[in-house]
Design a protein around this ligand. Sequence first.
Ligand code: M6R
Length: 364
Amino acid sequence: DKAGHKHFMAKEIAEQPAVVGEAIAHYLPAGDDTVRLPGEGIDFSGVSRLVLVACGTAYYACLTAKYWFEQIARLPVEVDVASEFRYREPPVPAGTVALFVSQSGETADTLAALRYCRGKAEKILSVVNVPESSIARESDLALPIHAGVEVGVASTKAFTCQLTVLLILALKAAADRGQINAETLADHIAAIRGLPQLMNVALDDGETVRRAAQWLADTRDVLFLGRGMMYPLALEGALKLKEISYIHAEAYASGELKHGPIALIDPTMPVVVLAPMDPLFDKTVSNMQEVMARKGKVLLISDEAGLETARDGVWVTVKMPDVAPLLSPILYALPAQLLAYHTAVAKGTDVDQPRNLAKSVTVE
Ligand code: M6R
């Protein structure tokens, strides 16, 4: 049931304020400023290293989580795609916790990576959407994301729910490790509780994105740029666009632009810049100006202050509500998803069942 939407993907994008709210309600129950985990939970105080493993969109959720765990909890994190991790036979030193992220909980490579860690890692965690899945069953602690059934092959609501649970887990790690005081923790929790409302506002501006998508639909290549936590989101935005519109898209950390990809810039290649007004904003904007100086067409996604400062010469702007910097990857996922969706609709591709792809990749 598409609930009045043209595609499951549109329905699942629109559901995000509700399902992210659901995830928040489970992990941050009202009336209390502590994180509640299912079962026996986990205490991060004795953990010395975290390994995050996944595929596809879930891998980009892990890449984002690395910023959170390292910055807030001061916990060293290694992230890998499951198909590389499992065959590299990496050492898993004492004190390592391994965490696997999977919407389906059945991805063959992710499951094999989990089995490789069995008996080696201190503890095996998973962040899953399907609680009865193999990955959930074979973990010491499975953390459900509460996204509900996701039908669209292009993952949307599972991604933002994965991010929400991972951010809350990073806060728990920070508290366990004495890296955050009660007041800061309460501030972060309050910000997270406000996220569904901001997501509603972000979804409101779908029309600007839809118009920009009409033009993207005629291009062959698109570049996504982001810095810090916006870098993994740039990768996710590019993946979403290729999956459903079949347009070649790639993402770079903004700082890498002048190390190669700038050679691609010409008036025919749009560059999507994800840049909230955060401490890295000026750096990203200077990369964006390098693109515009070479006649690249920029689509800038930022907040009011960011657009005030940097809109000159930009081709299209998409305005996002102000958001606490830690939460920006979750909020900015929405315009990235909408951009891919509307581009695919404009091209007339099969949005929910893109060619060559399966919802769950159970063979390697
Ligand atoms: O079920 P999983 O989260 O383990 O799936 C991982 C990837 O196959 C999945 O995220 C894939 O990349 C999606 N098609 C992305 O939209």
